[in-house]
Write a protein that binds this ligand. Structure first.
Ligand code: NAD
Length: 329
């Protein structure tokens, strides 16, 4: 198993290293992100192993095919960054990790809600400076509030369970409603009802052509004034320019993001010594009611171990049988 591991970070190395011997893997650790300019670094490897911000488009796939790659192994669940048609045309298989810990992402989403509401991040820095006043830290009880969950798959369901424990009323929207979840008290409604009634809105659907800019000026208009929006799914679900306008007008009262439309090239890297060139992102950071984490919702020990193990098992299965239960078609 000759694997070119793109976007390698220390945590990737640490998670995969213990599996090298048992899977008889020969891994080349590559720090660069996969993009057209780096595609040929995969030369001589059967597998390119990639992450959420790697660019697996038709150009990259064709260049990798030319140098011997037959499989793209995603270390993540989402596959919106892969041109599946081009992969199929070129005969390159694509496998993913459909589930590694829905709890990791769900708990992070709820963490963002709690932190934004009770302003832990502001309280922490205030106390460090010896300022023990409470002005500006007033929160609200989650109990009795209405939370709208868009997408009730593996992660959305866990979010519903946690928020049930807080005593929230939960509205949900999914193209495939889940009867088992509905039996727990979650009310499936249409999107306009969900927008109109939710105090908090949390996104857990995949990025598809239909969900791109789901949150835009029109949908924001249909929401309650002061709504809290949480996005731990994929950045382009939100039209960032529309959200900035809604933050300025007060329509959005709180915004929690773990993902951002233009996060590739920004997230997962240390830019602390540079001038950040993305003015939209920098504007977002100026709002006191915006909390951004850099795509870390998945980042728990359990999730990372599961990602590494499932990725290696996917690769072995595909190389031995020509397919995999986790193949993406
Ligand atoms: P899943 O496939 O189990 O669930 C997705 C749900 O969304 C499904 O129930 C599906 O029917 C629903 N859906 C599809 N199209 C929809 C639409 N147009 N409107 C409403 N619902 C729709 O996926 P999951 O494991 O719960 O993950 C959800 C998303 O979370 C992933 O697509 C991924 O983008 C994101 N994610 C983020 C992180 C992170 O670290 N921030 C980690 C893992 C996953």
């Amino acid at each position: 198993m000759k694997i070119a591991m793109f976007s390698t970070k220390p945590w990737v190395h640490q998670a995969f290293d213990p599996l090298v011997a048992s899977f008889h893997a020969d891994i080349t650790w590559l720090e660069p992100r996969l993009e057209p300019a780096t595609a040929t670094l995969a030369a001589g490897h059967e597998v390119a192993c990639v992450f959420v911000n790697d660019q697996i488009d038709a150009t990259v796939l064709a260049r990798m095919k030319d140098v011997g790659v037959g499989l793209v192994a995603l270390r993540c669940a989402g596959f919106n960054n892969v041109d599946l048609k081009a992969a199929s045309r070129l005969g390159i298989g694509v496998v993913r990790v459909p589930a590694y810990s829905p709890y990791a992402v769900a708990e992070h989403a709820v963490g963002l809600m709690l932190c934004l509401n009770r302003r832990f991040h502001r309280a922490w820095s205030r106390v460090l400076e010896g300022n023990f006043t409470l002005d500006g830290l007033l929160g609200f009880d989650l109990r009795g509030k209405t939370v709208g969950v868009v997408g009730t798959g593996k992660i959305g369901q866990v979010v519903c369970g946690i928020l049930n424990g807080f005593g929230c009323r939960i509205l949900a929207y999914d193209t495939y409603p889940n009867a088992v979840l509905a039996a727990t008290g979650v009310e499936y409604v249409d999107l306009s009802t969900l927008y109109a009634q939710s105090d908090i809105l949390t996104l857990h659907c995949p990025l598809t052509p239909e969900t791109r800019h789901l949150i835009d000026a029109e949908s924001l208009d249909a929401m309650r004034n002061g709504v809290m929006i949480i996005n731990t799914s994929r950045g382009p679900l939100i039209d960032t320019a529309a959200v900035i306008a809604a933050l300025k007008s007060g329509k959005i009262g709180y915004l929690g993001l773990d993902v951002y439309e233009e996060e590739h090239g920004l997230f997962f890297e240390d830019h602390s010594q540079e001038v950040i060139q993305d003015d939209v992102f920098v504007r977002l950071q100026t709002f006191p009611n915006v909390l951004i984490t850099a795509h870390q919702a998945f980042f728990t020990k359990e999730a990372v171990d599961n990602i590494a193990h499932t990725t290696m098992a996917n690769i072995r299965e595909y190389l031995e049988t020509g397919t995999s239960g986790n193949r993406v078609d």
